[in-house]
Design a protein around this ligand. Structure first.
Ligand code: GTR
Length: 334
């Protein structure tokens, strides 16, 4: 082979080597510096404790990574109602979703255990369950629905409110029509109490109360006030029939895109946002009661819950069978 040919081949090999290493080095540095902006959704307004929990998560992540990972929070249903946001999270259009485990139960049935009326004895019991092995197990089970659970937020207790009359006992519920979240358990729960229920998106409730399409709804104090429902439905009865926790879901699609180390950071930030959200929650619950009272709402707290609990037997008969194992374990948590 001629000397010039050898030189030519050597030059070619060298330039290929340089090109490959340049591309490699370049993509490596792009990967290293690539910004990750997690798109997060919530139905509540910006100042609501659940939204603020995610804001805190974002601040922590940004601090730890010098701004490489941030969270862009879309509050107030900007990304849709909970059902739609769950779907968007399943196909990765939303990375992080704060949602009630109520509608989640229609996708991952194990969560229905948390939607059974009076399943939790009190807030402490609920915390022990969601923060313990049962909560962990269910958070992982969410994977089959397209997400992983990375933290449980507080949501207090849900009780009935309506535009018509004060509810002092079960018989006062007769004939009233209530909005419930999208899960058949809640429809059956209201029916078992002698009233009727219609599932409806959260943002449709205010107008439906105003126009008389429904007589009432049920929720915790912070949602009762922040949604404006208290302006229309002046009678709130603290029967505390549900204590459905909130959950933070990270899309499986997002998990697949990120490095293991980044997923671990996100999980850690979520875990630190939990006590923060719960602190905000306690303050917000108190302030919401005051707000409702100041607006002239009648808050009925002296109510005998025993008949309400008894009335739930058909709901358990219909929905509890496939959940028997989890229910037993929940009840055994002291
Ligand atoms: C709230 C909960 C929301 C949503 C809403 C509803 O308490 O935080 O996620 O489920 O209730 O009733 O639709």
């Amino acid at each position: 082979m001629k000397r010039t040919n050898i030189k030519l081949i050597l030059n070619l090999v060298l330039s290929i080597f340089l090109a490959v290493s340049m591309i490699f080095g370049f993509t490596n540095s792009v990967i290293a510096k690539k910004k990750i902006v997690l798109k997060a959704g919530d139905v509540h307004p910006m100042d609501y404790p659940t939204v603020q929990g995610m804001v805190r998560m974002g601040e922590l992540l940004s601090d730890w990574t010098d701004g490489r990972i941030t969270i862009q929070v879309y509050p107030s249903m900007q990304l849709g109602a909970e059902k739609e946001m769950l779907e968007q999270t399943q196909f990765g259009a939303i990375d992080l979703l704060r949602v009630s485990t109520g509608p989640l139960g229609t996708i991952v049935p194990e969560f229905n255990a948390f939607s059974l009326p009076y399943i939790f004895r009190n807030a402490d019991h609920m915390h022990k369950v969601v923060d313990g092995p049962i909560g962990q197990e269910l958070a992982e089970k969410a994977k089959k629905g397209g997400f992983i659970g990375i933290g449980y937020y507080d949501s207090g207790f849900r009780s009935f409110y309506n535009t018509r009359r004060p509810i002092r006992s079960m018989k006062d519920l007769k004939g009233l029509k209530f909005r419930v979240m999208g899960n058949p358990i809640f429809v059956d729960m209201v029916a078992a109490l002698g009233a009727s229920a219609t599932p409806m998106a959260y943002n449709e409730v205010y107008t439906s109360l105003a126009t008389g399409v429904i007589d009432g709804a049920e929720n915790n104090y912070p949602s009762y006030t922040s949604s404006g429902h208290y302006e229309k439905a002046k009678y709130y009865t603290q029967d505390q029939h549900l204590s459905v926790p909130e959950i933070l879901l990270l899309s499986n699609k997002t998990v697949e895109k990120l490095s293991k180390a980044d997923v671990a950071l996100i999980k850690y930030a979520a875990s630190l946002s939990v006590p923060y959200q719960r602190e905000l929650w306690a303050a917000r619950a108190k302030a919401s009661i005051e707000k409702a009272k100041a607006a002239g709402c009648e808050i009925i707290t002296d109510i005998d819950k025993t008949p309400f609990m008894k009335a739930m037997e058909p709901v358990y008969a219909k929905h509890a069978k496939p959940l028997a194992g989890i229910i037993k374990r929940i009840q055994a948590v002291k």
